[in-house]
Design a protein around this ligand. Structure first.
Ligand code: GLP
Length: 237
């Protein structure tokens, strides 16, 4: 059973997640963090940046990335991770990987899995959740055993993410994402969600049936999960 904490807003959730991360880093300065993009985890990165801890040895693996954007595109997750995480937190960019950027895309999934294993696995994985229940870019129907691979985005996710682009046509069709099996191997999952738009996805993840149609329900198979939500995101629990 996941530990569910209902908080008074994003900032409070960010502080709690920052506490958990800094506790790991205090014991293991080269801790391995699983980094998520999207608007939700920004609260965590802001809280962490404000603590001014030495995170220069922390290693990071991003959850996912678009496939097909030009290198350096401001909305590529590599750019977002650099802007929102690496720079404000003082991480070493050489220690932070984003899938799909090292070598041919055909072998990028296997290469990424190998790199995570070589790092000793992810100590704490930060997760957001899509309105359709996706985690990373694992859309409904993804296998609970899946590993990092190239996928096609659903129309709903493309619509949701169109706000970051000038038009829906610019939103990539493909992505590369850690699989649900990859995510489940992280030692601690911290799932955050805010707002009424996430209420159904959170209810399905936390207490719905464990089913591939609700990718977030994979968290129920994990022994150490913390869910940080506001009242609105908890309203369907
Ligand atoms: C994006 C990302 C996910 C993220 C989700 C929710 O598509 N690939 O990793 O968790 O959608 O995003 P947001 O936090 O902006 O609602």
């Amino acid at each position: 059973m996941a530990e569910i904490v209902i908080l008074d807003g994003m900032a409070a959730a960010g502080e709690l997640a920052a506490d958990a991360i800094l506790a790991i880093v205090a014991a293991k300065p080269d801790a391995v963090l699983g980094l998520a993009t999207g608007s939700t985890p920004l609260a965590v990165y802001r809280a962490l940046a404000a603590r001014e801890a030495d995170l220069s040895r922390v290693r990071g693996f991003a959850l996912d990335e678009y496939v097909g954007l030009p290198e350096g595109h401001p909305e590529s997750y590599r750019s977002v991770i650099t802007r929102d995480v690496v720079e404000p937190l003082g991480l070493d960019p050489a220690l932070v990987r984003v899938p799909g950027h090292d070598g041919p895309i055909q072998t990028a999934g296997d290469d990424y899995e190998r790199a995570i294993r070589a790092a000793g696995g992810v100590d704490l994985q930060i997760l957001g959740i899509g309105t359709d229940g996706h985690i990373g870019f694992n859309e409904p129907g993804s296998s609970f055993e899946s590993l990092t691979r190239v996928k096609t985005l659903t129309q709903q996710t493309r619509n949701d993410n169109a706000r970051f682009f000038d038009s829906i046509d610019e939103v990539p069709v493909n992505c590369i994402t850690q699989g649900l099996g990859t995510i489940r191997r992280a030692r601690h999952l911290v799932l955050l969600a805010f707002g009424a738009g996430k209420a159904e996805a959170i209810a399905a993840a936390v207490e719905g049936p464990v089913t591939a149609s609700a990718p977030g329900s994979a968290i129920q198979l994990h022994p150490h999960v913390t869910v940080l939500v506001d009242e609105a995101a908890a309203s369907a629990l």
